[in-house]
Write a protein that binds this ligand. Structure first.
Ligand code: AMP
Length: 444
């Protein structure tokens, strides 16, 4: 029989790597709560129409990457429906905002999510068919200040703090404004005009994009086309007064906070709903991401709620590619040693198995992390198993059970001592060898 494997483009996340995932998520949650964000969890599948309308029929995501199926009716009272695994979470969050009338509170909604997304892309390093995003959406009625450039600057400053706190080094923030929904068509018309006489000189992909979606030409990495692309009109010259002022205020607030950025006129991003501020954080080559060097992307989407049939609710958000964040942290070697358990309890005979589990229960209730061996193990095997997963081994033989005095070895120092049960917890929590060396050095 052939063996079954995880589907192409999906993967299992296993310990100890999942420790790093948990640390990243815990740090993100802690940072988001300092900025007043609350968690939202939306369904993993939604009506296909949500993405068709919210993300845009013409985008790669909707036109070729979605996992869509016809969900059959199970009863005469039900209708068959086209459903889709969410390829991104902004549309779902805005749908929930509309459905639960969150705008009626009059308050600015500051929401975050952490969860899997699905796109049928060509799998490669840093690009998967099921991948995780950690994202944020800030939206609300105009009266809540949702349109204010301070909202844009605040989430960019928050991202800078989060990446620093996680230990991501050398990130770069690229920033642009794609203007309002009236600026953009004027710019696209100018792009088409400028592309018309030169597009035949470009690669096949760009020739096609020049016809179907000229903004996408700006994303092109084709080395031969770069010079032509750099000479195309810039969106900055097509922004109306309000968009220009908005962008200037975002930059001024970032300058005041000391968050570094580069204005990149070619950053237009693939999704239809973006207006005004767009941004991307990248890491340099050699950071473990190969060609997929975008850690996260986001921008403002002032018209999205109305596109989905909701009230006016300007907003801004971002989505971090969590898989890519993890790859970067691993490549930057900030998290290579998994943390060890406090103790491994080794019963010295089958007769001590029950007592070992009882001792483990007590220690775990006292807040320690504990693994339990098996009384059939030889002593050597117990020590080897313990050394792999724990900082100490606690030996539990007949004598130890009878007297309540245990033998404890600390692997980092090689020290082996007898410890009374009443002192066991504090003994197991003594700092690691490196810290002891440090404090001795301080004394000297
Ligand atoms: P987007 O929703 O396309 O703006 O993407 C936001 C971020 O999600 C990107 O910057 C990537 O870090 C990440 N991302 C997008 N697609 C994938 C994928 N197929 N695999 C892994 N990460 C992805």
């Amino acid at each position: 029989m052939s063996t079954l494997k995880a589907v192409r483009g999906t993967r299992d996340l296993l310990p100890p790597e999942t420790q790093l995932w948990n640390r990243v998520e815990a740090t993100a949650r802690a940072v988001f709560s300092r900025y007043g964000f609350g968690e939202i969890r939306t369904p993993i599948f939604e009506a296909t129409e949500l993405f068709a309308r919210g993300v845009g029929e013409e985008t790669d995501i909707v036109s070729k990457e979605m996992y869509t199926w016809e969900d059959r009716a199970r009863a005469a009272s039900e209708k068959a429906q086209s459903l889709t695994l969410r390829p991104e979470n902004t549309a779902g969050v805005v749908r929930a905002y509309i459905e639960h009338k969150l705008g009626d509170t009059g308050n600015l909604q500051k929401l975050f999510y952490i969860g899997p997304q699905f796109r049928r892309e060509r799998p490669q390093r840093g690009r998967y068919r099921q991948f995780w995003q950690i994202g944020v959406e800030v939206l609300g009625p105009v009266s809540s200040g949702a349109e204010s450039p301070i909202r844009d600057a605040e989430i960019l400053e928050m991202l800078a703090s989060l990446l620093d706190e996680l230990g991501i080094r050398n990130w770069q923030l690229d920033l642009n404004s794609v203007g309002s929904s009236t600026d953009r068509p004027r710019y696209i018309a100018a792009l088409r005009e400028a592309l018309a006489p030169v597009k035949h000189l470009m690669c096949e992909d760009n020739q096609r994009r020049a016809e179907t979606n000229p903004l996408r030409v700006l994303d092109s990495k084709d080395p031969n086309d770069q010079e032509l692309i750099n000479s195309l009109p810039k969106i900055a010259d097509f922004l109306d007064e309000a968009s220009t002022a908005h962008f200037a205020q975002v930059r001024a607030a970032l300058d005041a906070c000391g968050v570094p950025y580069t204005v990149n006129p070619r950053l237009v991003r693939g999704l239809d709903y973006y207006t005004r501020t767009t941004f991307e954080f990248t890491v340099p080559d050699g950071s473990g991401l190969g060609t997929q060097n975008a850690l996260l992307g986001g921008g403002r989407y002032d018209g999205l709620s109305e596109m989905l049939g909701g009230p006016k609710a300007p907003g801004i958000g971002f989505a971090i590619g969590e898989d890519r964040l993890i790859l970067t942290l691993q490549a930057q070697a900030l998290e290579t040693t998994p943390t060890k358990l406090d103790a491994y309890i080794a019963p010295l005979g089958i007769g001590q198995n029950a007592a070992a589990l009882a001792l483990a229960r007590e220690l775990r209730r006292e807040g320690l992390s504990v693994e339990v061996g098996d009384g059939s193990f030889r002593m050597k095997k117990s020590f080897e198993a313990a050394d792999k997963v724990a900082r100490h081994i606690v030996l539990l033989g007949e004598d130890e059970v009878a007297t309540g005095v245990l033998t404890v070895k600390t692997f980092a120092t090689g020290e082996q001592v007898k410890v009374d049960r009443t002192l066991l917890r504090s003994h197991l929590l003594i700092p690691s060898a490196s810290k002891q060396v440090e404090s001795k050095a301080n004394e000297a």
